[in-house]
Design a protein around this ligand. Structure first.
Ligand code: ADP
Ligand code: MG
Length: 276
């Protein structure tokens, strides 16, 4: 992905609720989620309070099974909490929204459709203006270095390229909020680092709110400007720390003493499960 200027490639996204000054893009109050009932009940998450400022990049890290994906699904409006309230841009959450783009660990591209058609998928679902969507899709593919693969089927792409296509699709409707659930987990270490730095640049260019779920400490500290460390299940917030590292971030960021310090703090908490 290159950081070229973002000129006029916005699909009209009027009165974006996440961008109102002073209003958190995402706000959770006393949110908890359980699955099942009675003896079968699994307390998956919370209760937790969390306010995410518009335009910030929040990285959430926590042990496996602590409710990270559950948290993301709740914020996406794909699931409802057992207790508490969620707001996006100051308004009570009302199911999925075009203002939210999601990228999962698995790229979930349709194998029979071209890369361009895969990226264009939300255009139909969300009834976006066709021509503007097509223009934006092509622009996103260019931005992520996939322009020559627009007509290819997904199986002809590497893992990293498939995940880039998934990012393009999530960004098609120009969402205010980008939710990322371990988007690099299935990639090799080198591609993972390369792609996370590209994401960091893309996020800076787009100026949207991002929430990244990961279990990789390096990735969380490299990308976020705020780090949240969760406890074991039911996941609650154990640490909420600003990541005061300069941007743009690059491979040298990982060598900075402050990077190592934050990483060490998070690691110590993650391995100290006694207090959960
Ligand atoms: P993480 O993403 O942190 O690994 P999840 O949010 O996927 O964790 O899951 C948290 C807990 O909730 C786990 O114990 C999991 O088994 C349970 N869980 C998640 N989704 C469901 C579901 N749809 N039905 C029942 N249990 C679920
Ligand atoms: Mg998960």
């Amino acid at each position: 992905m290159t950081s070229e200027a973002l000129s006029g490639r916005n699909i009209a996204s009027a009165a974006a609720p996440g961008s109102r000054r002073g209003v958190p893009a995402i706000e959770l109050a006393g949110v908890a989620k359980s699955f099942g009932s009675g003896a079968e009940e699994v307390k998956a998450l919370g209760p937790l309070d969390l306010a995410i400022e518009a335009g910030s990049f929040v990285a959430v890290i926590g042990p496996s099974g602590c409710g990270k994906s559950t948290l993301l699904r709740l914020i996406a409006g794909l699931d409802t909490p057992t207790a508490g309230t969620l707001r996006r841009g100051g308004a009570a959450l009302d199911g999925p929204s075009r203002e939210v783009g999601i990228v999962f660990q698995d790229h979930v591209l349709f194998p029979w459709a071209s890369v361009l058609d895969n990226v264009m998928l939300p255009a139909d679902v969300l009834s976006l203006p066709k021509q503007a969507a097509l223009e934006r899709a092509r622009w996103l593919l260019k931005l992520t270095g996939l322009e020559d693969f627009a007509g290819h089927r997904p199986h002809m792409l590497s893992g990293g390229m498939k995940q880039r296509a998934a990012f393009c699709r999530a960004l098609l409707a120009d969402p205010q909020i980008l939710l990322l659930d371990e988007p690099f987990a299935a990639l090799d270490a080198l591609t993972r680092e390369e792609l996370s730095l590209e994401l960091s640049r893309l996020w800076q260019d787009l100026g949207r709110t991002a929430l990244l779920i990961t279990h990789a400490i390096d990735e969380a500290v490299l990308l976020g400007d705020r780090l949240i460390v969760m406890s074991g299940r039911p996941g609650r917030i154990r640490l909420d720390l600003p990541i005061d590292l300069p941007r743009p971030r690059d491979v040298n960021t990982e060598k900075q003493p402050r990077f190592l310090e934050i990483k060490q703090t998070a690691r110590a908490l993650l391995f100290d499960r006694e207090k959960d």
